[in-house]
Design a protein around this ligand. Structure first.
Ligand code: NAP
Ligand code: MG
Length: 403
């Protein structure tokens, strides 16, 4: 066998929980360690160790990500009341993804993995549509009042020096409801930078949509900030890369997306992104075929699968029963991170390896060998359903034949 590929800078490796933790280990042993002299700085984000360290390990892993620039993360449990009991937790620790996202100030980009035999419901979608969702503010940080009856509602801003700006919301003649929400220029700017950087990185057009015709100050501010940043810092780079930035109204965007071929990034405000990402991902087929990358405005990357820890399969695994859990999105988290590391450190072999591992993964599925979730939705005939481990071993065979 050829010599192992050497790395320069370590990847930040964030281990996780349950079934995905099992897959994580298999992927490393079967698909990475035999081929790469893998350098990682390991952080155990499994719930037990998060609890043991009072969640300090999550913060440390985010700091390491800022230091090295690229991380790969396994799915992790976000504790709820049941998990507090199950793991005997000191506290209901926050979502690691939330903590990391807040520290890196990043935007999450989600893209489907396209493979022959798993056709999207929308027949003209030939290429992936990547969704970028702004992850701060608007209705997710709102304040609301139930208006009991007659009265006046106003919007008031009090400046530091005490000056007040007022707008009448409504003169209520009966009961009703009010909602107040906000966003900040800083957060919108970070979102814009992350989107422009990611578009350049992946050489895809960027679409951005809001409802600025109706929301003439609020949504318009989003539109203006994007345009200012684009004109000042990205316009020429986009021209050189042969890609475009395109702003349109959200309803127009929805209509165009349904008719499009795909192959672009769609940036959405927080609520629009919440709704549209579920629509786009389910139309592409399976959560197990969806990747996710967090990109900070300073150009730091954290790759992961979009799905969770696949708890139901894990309990079967614990009982000694066979599982058929799809490892594709987790494999693609690794290839995304390795390719980025290769680009940053100028190690072309690492990028080539990432490409080949992805091709071997897709090739295995296209040859009719897949996990149960895909077997249920594929248009291929005569498929072989493999268990979790067999599927990874089959990918290794395909990969070895390619190398
Ligand atoms: P999940 O892990 O995404 O799984 C939900 C269901 O989707 C599974 O039961 C399975 O369906 C199917 N599925 C998801 N991924 C699959 C895969 N790779 N292969 C085959 N089937 C797959 O969501 P969950 O069970 O609701 O959540 C479990 C834990 O994950 C929770 O504690 C949650 O906090 C955490 N979570 C973490 C992240 C993250 O770290 N990014 C994201 C979401 C959730 P069937 O059972 O029908 O086979
Ligand atoms: Mg949602």
């Amino acid at each position: 066998m050829a010599e192992k590929i050497l790395m320069k800078t370590p990847l930040v490796e964030m281990d996780g929980d349950e079934m995905t933790r099992i897959l994580w280990k298999m992927i490393k042993e079967e698909l990475l360690l035999p081929f790469i002299d893998l350098k990682t700085e390991y952080y155990d984000l499994g719930l037990e160790y998060r609890n043991e360290t009072d969640d300090q390990v999550t913060k440390d892993s985010a700091i390491a990500t800022m230091k090295y620039g690229v991380a790969v993360k396994c799915a992790t449990i976000t504790p709820n009341a049941a998990r507090v009991k199950e793991y005997n937790l000191k506290e209901m620790w926050k979502s690691p993804n939330g903590t990391i996202r807040a520290m890196l100030d990043g935007t999450v980009f989600r893209a489907p993995i396209i493979v022959k035999g798993i056709e999207p419901c929308v027949k003209n979608w030939e290429k992936p549509i990547t969704l970028a969702r702004h992850a701060y503010g608007d209705v997710y940080k709102n304040v609301e009042i139930v208006v009991p009856g007659v009265g006046k509602a106003e919007l008031v801003f009090t400046a530091e020096d005490g000056t007040e700006t007022r707008e009448l919301i409504h003169n209520f003649t009966g009961a009703g409801i009010i909602q107040g929400m906000h966003n900040t220029d800083a957060s919108i700017s970070s979102f814009a930078h992350s989107c422009f950087k990611y578009a350049l990185d992946t050489k895809q057009d960027l679409w951005f949509s809001t409802k600025d015709t109706i929301s003439k100050k609020y949504d318009h501010r989003f539109k203006d900030i994007f345009q200012e940043i684009f004109d000042k810092e990205y316009k020429e780079k986009f021209e050189q890369a042969g890609i475009t930035y395109f702003y349109t109204l959200i309803d127009d965007a929805v209509a165009r997306v349904m008719k499009a071929k795909g192959g672009f990034i769609w940036a959405c405000k927080n609520y629009d992104g919440d709704v549209m990402s579920d629509m786009v991902s389910s139309a592409f087929g399976s959560l197990a075929m969806m990747t996710s990358v967090l990109v900070s405005p300073s150009g730091v990357y954290e790759y992961e699968a979009a799905h969770g820890t696949v708890q139901r399969h894990y309990y079967k695994h614990l009982k000694g029963e066979e599982t058929s859990t799809n490892s594709v999105a987790t494999i693609f988290a690794w290839t995304g991170a390795l390719r980025k590391r290769g680009e940053m450190d100028e190690i072309p072999q690492l990028c080539v390896f990432a490409d080949k591992l992805e091709a071997a993964t897709l090739g295995t599925i296209e040859s009719g060998k897949m996990t149960k979730d895909l077997a249920l939705i594929t248009s291929l005939k005569d498929v072989t359903v493999l268990n979790s481990e067999e599927f990874i071993k089959e990918i290794r065979k395909t990969l070895e034949a390619m190398l």
